[in-house]
Design a protein around this ligand. Structure first.
Ligand code: X2X
Length: 342
């Protein structure tokens, strides 16, 4: 009896010791975070904020290194999600656009003119739609933690001001990711061409392509006005949220307490990143727009009627992709937007 008790005690002690030292044995010395854009951009800042908070709050147990330029997949941002699933990438702050080739539901945010304002984006990401999409991502094999934002993608080009779909006719426009973009720009009469962000900049600088679409904060930080992008139209046709995710095996290798720290840090960093991404656009006088005008950029604003012409021209694309994305999900999104708090 005594021996048995002694053995029991010894086994319990060993189990306890093993549980205590296990994390130190299984944790990597460095976790690789993939990002398309570095810390000069709101996106990269979001990644940096996440990594810093995690390092501080885990006392360095989880040490994250940033890999901007999607360098872990040689700059091919549409391969980021697969690499994340496979464990080539440990964690990422990624755009819904770049992951949409693998997760068709993420095309939701690229439906032309679905989201009229920032409150509309929030009504999706912070509501049922956001929860449903996180469920989809979990099923796809990653652990989604929080939302961030790249932003409203405004169109620029080197040729002339765009006020109507006719102005897009024949323009060679660089687009990313999903075939949905090819459909949208083809419907508008443009000549879309798919390429990564890394390839887009030299293509814009050399004039191999005429235009592109990206958020104003990105336009400013990448100095697109020096790449002949003198004409900018604020049409707000789509916005891409960012998602903070971790590879599932990496997630499972952490203690429950550390998982909670990483999740909360992502939520906090995401909230801060969204504020950074919207800076200069949500204030009454929109200082960012002023700044770009000051750089010699022609900024075109559309009247409701002018904007409507773009909505009409892209409606068949919306309808076609609504079916691909899932009519139920899109209906839920439309309802959430209709009843949003402004
Ligand atoms: O490639 C782009 O346009 C960018 C940087 O905005 C994305 O990664 C979606």
């Amino acid at each position: 009896m005594k021996t048995r008790n002694f053995l029991k005690g010894a086994l319990a002690a060993i189990a306890l010791a093993a549980a205590t030292v296990a994390p130190a044995q299984t944790y990597k010395s460095e976790y690789k975070m993939s990002l398309v854009l570095g810390t000069a951009f709101p996106w990269g800042k979001g990644g940096e904020l996440w990594a810093e908070k995690v390092r501080e709050r885990t006392q360095g147990r989880i040490n994250i290194k940033l890999y901007p330029g999607t360098s872990l997949v040689q700059g091919d941002q549409t391969r980021e999600f697969s690499a994340l699933r496979q464990g080539v990438i440990d964690m990422a702050v990624g755009s819904t656009i770049n992951w949409s080739p693998q997760v068709r539901e993420l095309n939701l945010f690229s439906l032309p003119f679905l989201m009229p304002d920032f409150a509309a984006i929030d009504s999706l990401t912070q509501g049922d739609v956001g929860k449903q999409l996180f469920g989809t991502l979990e099923k796809a094999g990653v652990v989604p933690l929080a939302w961030g934002e790249n932003g409203y993608r405004e169109i620029s080009n080197s040729k002339h001001a765009i006020k109507s779909p006719a102005d897009l006719k024949g323009l060679k426009i660089r687009v990313v990711g999903s075939p949905l973009f090819l459909d949208t720009f083809t419907a508008l009469g443009a000549n879309p061409t798919q390429m990564s962000w890394a390839d887009a900049q030299p293509a814009l600088a050399s004039g191999a392509v005429d235009g592109q679409e990206n958020p104003l904060a990105l336009y400013q930080a990448a100095k697109l006005h020096t790449m002949a992008q003198k004409h900018l139209t604020l049409w707000g046709y789509i916005a891409d949220p960012l998602i903070f995710v971790v590879n599932r095996d990496v997630w499972n290798s952490w203690t429950p307490a550390d998982r909670e720290i990483v999740r909360q840090a992502a939520i906090d960093a995401g909230r801060e990143e969204i504020a950074i991404a919207r800076k200069g656009l949500v204030e009454a006088d929109r200082p960012l727009v002023k700044e770009l005008t000051g750089l010699g950029v022609t900024v075109t604003e559309l009247s409701p009627a002018e904007r409507d012409a773009f909505v009409k021209a892209t409606r068949p694309v919306y309808d076609k992709w609504k079916a691909t994305i899932g009519a139920d999900l899109v209906n839920t999104a439309e309802k959430a937007i209709a009843s949003r708090k402004k």
